[in-house]
Design a protein around this ligand. Structure first.
Ligand SMILES: [Zn+2]
Length: 172
């Protein structure tokens, strides 16, 4: 039976996204997180055979078209001083803004990671735009921490993060 919530692991198995010197890649770590949530969400992985980010997202949007909420799991990467959690939503989706805001609060409360707040996706020059734009349901990109921040990585706890996502899903 199809569930209300789809969880998409960001990137794909041949291009695993950001790497951290302290953690597995985005794809490896978030695959583990996703597996822990298979009782409350349907889990999806991008097809690496589809070339190009926008085409992959279009194919994914078809697969998740019946889900009311679609969350894509990532972690952030930037210079070592950047830190905190954020969540990205399609700018005109008020429900998306609420969920993104709640996500940041939960991560921040649970692990004391700085709350960088919900961020609107406004146009196609922004990374991740195709995901929030093409998805039929409410689509949110979840970035709980920076893998490039030693202090964020020290605060991040996989089990706590799974719990945060369970609480978020329960509240929908
Ligand atoms: Zn990513």
């Amino acid at each position: 039976m199809s569930k209300n919530v789809a969880i998409v692991v960001g990137h794909h198995k041949f291009s695993k996204g950001a790497k951290s010197q302290w953690l597995p890649s985005e794809w490896d770590l978030m695959s583990e997180v996703a597996k822990s949530l298979c009782d409350v969400a349907d889990i999806f992985y991008h097809d690496p055979k589809i070339g190009g980010y926008t085409s992959r997202q279009r194919a994914m949007a078809k697969r998740t078209r019946l889900h009311k909420y679609v969350f894509e799991l990532h972690y952030n990467a930037a210079s070592p001083i950047a830190n905190g959690c954020e969540a990205l939503y399609y700018f005109s989706n008020k429900g998306g803004y609420k969920i993104a805001t709640k996500f940041c609060e939960l991560v921040s409360e649970s692990m004391e990671i700085k709350n960088r707040k919900a961020k609107p996706m406004l146009n196609s020059t922004q990374r991740g735009y195709a995901f929030v734009y093409q998805t039929n349901g409410t689509a949110i990109i979840l970035e709980p921490f920076f893998g490039t921040s030693g202090s964020d990585v020290a605060k991040f706890d996989k089990a706590k993060y799974v719990q945060v996502l369970r609480t978020l899903i329960k509240g929908l």
